[in-house]
Design a protein around this ligand. Structure first.
Ligand code: F0G
Length: 458
């Protein structure tokens, strides 16, 4: 008999979690203004709000923390981190930051001016926020196929070369760089193929524009290249990662994802001008250049995390768990962005809550329903997250409206996945009866989803 698949690690430390009653959850979600970001974590049973900073570190990472050098300047922890980043990515300039959006803030302060245009594949909300807050424009050049959640193609996160080239032609002289997000979070944790990265590079070179990779989940992207793209099956993850980054001028990184740490980020680049520019903003915003908002011990944990997560076994365990959840949803007929993404399942709320009008935010409504059902916290990646158009101030209803179930790395077992799937099925089974959604009572101008206050529509 062939042995079944199992995790490539065993568990050394556990943290209790607690169930609650529906009555408790009804009270809590009301107090949270029907916004799951406003819940207390202890009011949540299984937390899939994000895979960011929520992973479990390994024994090797904890051991490395003991070697942290907390010197203000020139800490050996920084040099261990820098050496690791350079070895893995090929980039020789490294600027640490306290998380991914801080890396964006530092680098974009140097690169973006008002009126600029930054094309890319579904910019993440902080990336878009850091572009739009500088009075510049984020142009989404993701392939159209990404909008059809039921279409199964291997690299749904790809950039459309036609859209990209058109944007560059129409905005000559206004494009400081192209950003490629690997994996494409907003489109469903969907990977970008090596071939597509090569095409982007070729177009960028033709117009003399640099390329930045938003690399939060670069290792998961490499896993998909290895398992789905022709010619990569026999390459190691580290070889694929190197090849990917050869096609970029630099990267911003949220280390809270594929760095396997709870906090951290960095900028890495081969361009001296970017490095010099970033240095100027790192010092006032983040801190001195050899810590940039990170503890020495955290830089050591990150160095080990980057090494561990660019190994196949670790990635396989992770991605197979996300696939496991997807298979359960298939069994129940629940529609999600296909194929399953690297870090999350994105449930297609607009195909489930068909009786809730888009003005009443179906994905947010589904998020609340799932929480009420079983204390499971996902998050809306849909019309609320899309914010209003900066010019017209209208809601943006042109994208997808999804409930994201992000799976923390090395935290839950497949039994938890079974509970998530069963709870979602229960909501799915009574979908016809859900006819009202939520309305906005208060919202912030940018990145409103974190603090928005909602009320059920009666
Ligand atoms: N880029 C991508 C693709 C991201 O997914 C994130 C964060 C960031 C940049 C910003 O990094 O959080 O370290 O400042 N995504 C998290 C998420 C928050 O839940 O998807 P950060």
């Amino acid at each position: 008999m062939e042995l079944p698949f199992a995790e490539s690690w065993k568990i050394k430390m556990v943290e209790p979690i607690r169930k609650s009653t529906r009555a408790e959850r009804e009270q809590w979600i009301k107090e949270a203004h029907y916004n799951v970001f406003q819940l207390k974590a202890e009011q949540v049973y299984i937390d899939c709000i994000t895979d960011s900073g929520t992973g479990a570190m390994s024994d090797r990472q904890w051991a490395a923390m003991m070697m942290g050098d907390e010197s203000y300047a020139g800490a050996s922890s920084f040099f261990r981190l820098k050496e690791t980043i350079t070895r893995i990515t090929g980039f020789n300039y490294v600027v640490p930051t306290h998380q991914g959006r801080a890396a964006e803030n530092v680098l974009f302060s140097y690169l973006i001016k008002p009126g600029d245009v930054v094309p890319g594949n579904s910019h993440f909300d902080t990336t878009k926020g850091h572009i739009e807050s500088r009075k510049a424009f984020a142009i989404d050049c993701t392939i159209d196929e990404a909008k059809d959640t039921q279409l199964e193609i291997p690299f749904k996160g790809n950039v459309s070369p036609e859209k990209l080239e058109k944007t560059l032609i129409e905005n000559k002289g206004k494009v400081p760089f192209i950003v490629v997000t690997i994996t494409n979070n907003t489109a469903g944790g969907q990977p970008v193929s090596m071939q597509n990265l090569r095409e982007v590079r070729a177009i960028a070179d033709k117009y003399g524009i640099p390329v930045l990779f938003d690399s939060a989940r670069f290792a998961e992207n490499a896993y998909f290249i290895k398992t789905r793209e022709e010619g990569y099956a026999d390459k190691t993850i580290k070889e694929i990662v190197k090849e990917m980054f050869e096609l970029a001028d630099g990267m911003t990184m949220s280390s809270k994802k594929d760095g396997l740490v709870n906090m951290g980020g960095f900028i890495a680049t081969r361009r001296e001008d970017w490095y010099e520019g970033a240095k100027r903003f790192c010092i006032p915003f983040e801190g001195y250049l050899t810590y940039g908002g990170m503890n020495g011990r955290d830089m050591d944990a990150l160095a080990v995390g980057l090494d561990e997560n660019t190994e196949f076994d670790n990635l396989e365990t992770r991605i197979k768990q996300v696939e496991y959840l997807a298979q359960k949803l298939d069994l129940y007929g629940i529609p999600y962005q296909r194929p399953a993404g690297g870090h999350a399942i994105f449930v297609d709320a607009s195909k489930i809550l068909t009786n809730v009008p888009k003005e009443e935010f179906p994905a947010q409504t589904l998020t609340v329903e799932l929480y009420l059902e079983a204390g499971i916290r996902g998050c809306e990646i849909g019309y609320i997250l899309a914010d209003r158009d900066p010019v017209t101030r209208e809601n943006r209803f042109n994208g997808l409206d999804l409930l994201r179930l992000a799976i923390p790395r090395r935290v839950y077992t497949n039994n938890h996945m079974d509970v998530i799937a069963a709870a979602l099925k229960n909501v799915f089974d009574r979908r016809e009866q859900i006819t009202h959604g939520v309305k906005i009572v208060w919202e912030a101008e940018l990145m409103r989803h974190f603090t928005v206050q909602l009320e059920p529509v009666k």
